[in-house]
Design a protein around this ligand. Structure first.
Ligand code: DQA
Length: 141
């Protein structure tokens, strides 16, 4: 089973960026935790701060089993990323580390949410864990 984890702009700063909102775990620690928690899953991670690079990567993901995507701020306005995700006929879960509904109004809208099977928001780094667990469960039946 191949599951891809995709992270968008500024998520490379997890652990140091506004830790009161995003927590203390770095992206490397989160990914390592997922690899430890799901040893039988081939997990691959990619992060970019660039919209077009993320779109290109989503196109490559068409051949894989499932996708977890934290689009960062692009989730709120990137129709290009949303369209790319729509083109991937795979189970996809959107994750936001913070509870976007408790924050500024512009974060309450996700244009990629409708391109995904579901969204997890506000559970911190556990959101990635929950998304992978759900994908594993769905891909196993
Ligand atoms: C985020 C929420 C977004 O609003 C923000 O722009 C991010 C991170 C989250 O994981 O909580 O960069 O996607």
């Amino acid at each position: 089973m191949n599951i891809r984890i995709l992270n968008g702009p500024n998520l490379n700063l997890l652990g140091t960026r506004e830790p009161e909102i995003y927590g203390a775990a770095t992206l490397d620690e989160i990914i390592q935790g997922l690899c430890d928690a799901f040893p039988s899953v081939a997990l691959t991670h990619f992060q970019s701060n660039h919209e077009g690079v993320l779109v290109d990567r989503v196109h490559e993901y068409r051949q894989y089993d499932g996708l977890v995507v934290n689009p960062g701020a692009l989730g709120h306005y990137s129709y290009a990323l949303a369209d790319a995700l729509r083109a991937v006929p795979r189970p996809k879960i959107e994750v936001h580390v913070s509870n976007v509904y408790r924050r500024e109004a512009f974060r309450h809208t996700s244009v990629v949410a409708a391109a995904c099977d579901g969204t997890i928001s506000g559970l911190g780094a556990d959101g990635y864990w929950a998304a992978v667990a759900i994908l594993v469960r769905r891909l196993s039946v």
